[in-house]
Design a protein around this ligand. Structure first.
Ligand code: HEC
Length: 222
């Protein structure tokens, strides 16, 4: 036998060797200071997960450096969204069947959204027209907890548990809360039938000319 053949045989033999203690195959040729390595393959799910990360990273690198995709590069994404917010970019055409999200919401949008929330949730206690029922009247100028948007925001977020109004923090989005507040404000002076008697203090808005329309009325009032 030549030395070359011997070597090949040597290499071949350990491949089928089985470890006595664990009954696991030993890897041929992996030996150092008498320590051998067992052949313990990774579980398939882990192996494929690993391959998947390689594929993902390749796709990511291509998008990042070749196509310079602005949904991956934060700076570009930011600039694009800022431009969109300023109305400099034309909104991409909405996909079929998907309603376009309005960037600029008109007064009507806000009030319509507020009315929806009000009718669905608040009307049972505050009256269909905000005239008051269990809860106070929203159409007069009197408020128990203050008449500013901040006051109402606090009430909606915290509720008035002891009087039966729960917190709507988790039920309503930030926008819905702001919209329903706008809607409540729009009810002022609407004189609905069967109004509940005023409760609380008369609210006179502070100087905020752009926010409230009928501040002049208050000024005339004696
Ligand atoms: C289960 C009945 C109930 C529901 C539903 C309810 N409220 Fe109330 N709400 C009350 C009561 C009762 C009060 C009076 C609390 C008090 O006397 O301190 C109140 C007070 C308020 C106040 C303060 C009024 C003031 O005079 O200062 C605001 C604002 C308000 N509610 C908004 C809402 C909004 C918005 C919704 C719907 C998202 C809503 N409420 C749903 C019962 C309810």
């Amino acid at each position: 036998m030549s030395t070359l053949e011997e070597k090949q045989n040597d290499n071949k033999q350990p491949e089928v060797e089985i470890d006595e203690v664990t009954n696991v195959k030993l890897i041929g040729g992996h030996e150092f200071d008498g320590i051998r390595e067992l052949e313990n393959p990774l579980p398939p799910w882990l192996k494929y997960l690993f391959y998947a990360t390689i594929v993902f990273s390749a796709a990511y690198l291509i998008l990042l450096f070749v196509f310079k995709d602005d949904s991956i590069i934060q700076d570009l994404e930011y600039q694009k969204e800022m431009a969109e917010a300023r109305g400099e970019l034309e909104k991409e055409a909405p996909e079929e069947g998907v309603e376009a999200v309005a960037v600029v919401r008109t007064e009507e949008d806000i009030l319509a959204s507020g009315e929806k929330t009000f009718t669905k949730i608040c009307a049972v206690c505050h009256g269909k027209f905000g005239e008051g029922l269990v809860g106070p009247n929203f159409t007069d100028e009197y408020w128990i907890h203050g008449g500013s948007r901040e006051d109402q925001y606090k009430i909606i977020i915290n509720g008035v548990i002891e009087k039966g109004m729960i917190s709507y923090k988790n039920q309503l989005s930030e926008t819905q809360i702001q919209d329903v507040i706008s809607y409540i404000h729009s009810l002022k002076g609407t004189n609905p039938p069967n109004p509940k008697a005023p409760e609380g203090e008369k609210y006179v808005p502070e100087e905020k000319p752009e926010a409230e329309k009928n501040t002049t009325e208050n000024a005339v009032d004696a």
